[in-house]
Write a protein that binds this ligand. Structure first.
Ligand code: AP5
Length: 252
């Protein structure tokens, strides 16, 4: 069984409709993943999407795709690109517009997993407004936690396919052939922002802008804190264990 591919739809072609596969999920999960850079959000999102048949919506992946390819871009993506090219952070309003362009995903009967959005308090408030407009509620906000030295180890060993963007790790998820993507055979590269000097800045940014969201979602009664120690499968099992304890019908 294949998972649905809204991630590819959003990342590769802005207006492409998502591809839906059967079987239909028992219930839609509407989730947000929080956690420092490199904690393993993308890895868990892939595993969760396969299991829950949800879409994986990653703003970071969209930013990398619009920067690295000549694909057609939406109005908000073009605005974001101007900032990315100058090496500046993309302002909240533009990120919010970019997500709003894909807001049909919020009412998808397969649910969604937001990874990398919201990243700031204004983004979280805007997400609440967008969901309120379509009468949808989040089921949970999962925050993954890991000591800083493990994060640095995960980021420094990460390699990404230059073509299909599949993630590997030189030690924990090595490709079958050194430096070559298992999925499409293209060369693996290190993400620019995984170089040590960028990692320090990203961790500081996370602490300043995104950590306040933990308290925000705790107050809203949505927070699930999960240790990201252990291999991806064991973190996934822990996550599923917590999700299965959610009330069976939440949101609309
Ligand atoms: P984004 O792509 O969202 O980056 P991030 O949040 O920094 O997260 P990462 O992708 O670096 O890490 P991850 O937690 O997904 O870890 P992964 O699973 O790959 O964003 C990039 C940039 O875009 C941001 O810095 C920001 O500038 C901008 N941006 C994005 N969204 C934005 C927004 N909303 N507003 C403004 N700006 C925004 O795992 C890491 C490595 O560890 C991999 O090699 C993996 O194989 C390995 N690994 C994973 N799990 C395990 C495990 N359990 N055991 C061992 N190894 C593991």
């Amino acid at each position: 069984m294949t998972s649905i591919s809204n991630k590819a739809a959003w990342v590769d072609e802005p207006q492409q409709p998502c591809v839906k596969y059967m079987p239909f999920p028992k219930r839609p999960y509407r989730l947000v993943l929080l956690g420092a850079p490199g904690v393993g959000k993308g890895t868990q999102a892939d595993l969760l999407c396969q299991e829950l048949l949800t879409c994986h919506l990653s703003t970071g992946e969209v930013f990398r795709a619009i920067k690295d390819s000549d694909r057609e871009k939406t109005a908000a993506q073009n605005e974001a690109l101007a900032y990315i090219k100058r090496g500046e952070l993309v302002p909240d309003e533009i990120v919010i517009d970019m997500v709003r362009e894909r807001s049909d995903c919020f009412v998808c009967e397969y649910g969604f997993i937001l990874d990398g959005f919201p990243r700031t308090l204004p983004q979280a408030e805007a997400l609440g407004t967008m969901l309120g407009e379509v009468d949808v509620a989040l089921d949970a906000v999962i925050t993954y936690e890991l000591p800083k030295e493990v994060i640095v180890d995960r980021l420094s060993g990460r390699r990404m396919c230059s073509n299909c963007r599949t993630n590997f790790h030189v030690e924990y998820k090595p490709p079958l052939q050194d430096g070559v993507c298992d999925r499409c055979g293209s060369p693996l590269v290190q993400r620019e922002d995984d170089r040590p000097e960028s990692v320090v800045v990203r961790l500081e940014e996370y602490q300043e802008s995104t950590e306040p969201l933990i308290q925000y979602y705790r107050k809203a009664g949505l927070l699930m804190q999960i240790s990201a120690m252990g291999d991806p499968q064991s973190v996934f099992q822990k996550t599923m264990g917590m999700l299965e304890r959610l009330p069976s019908v939440v949101g609309s």
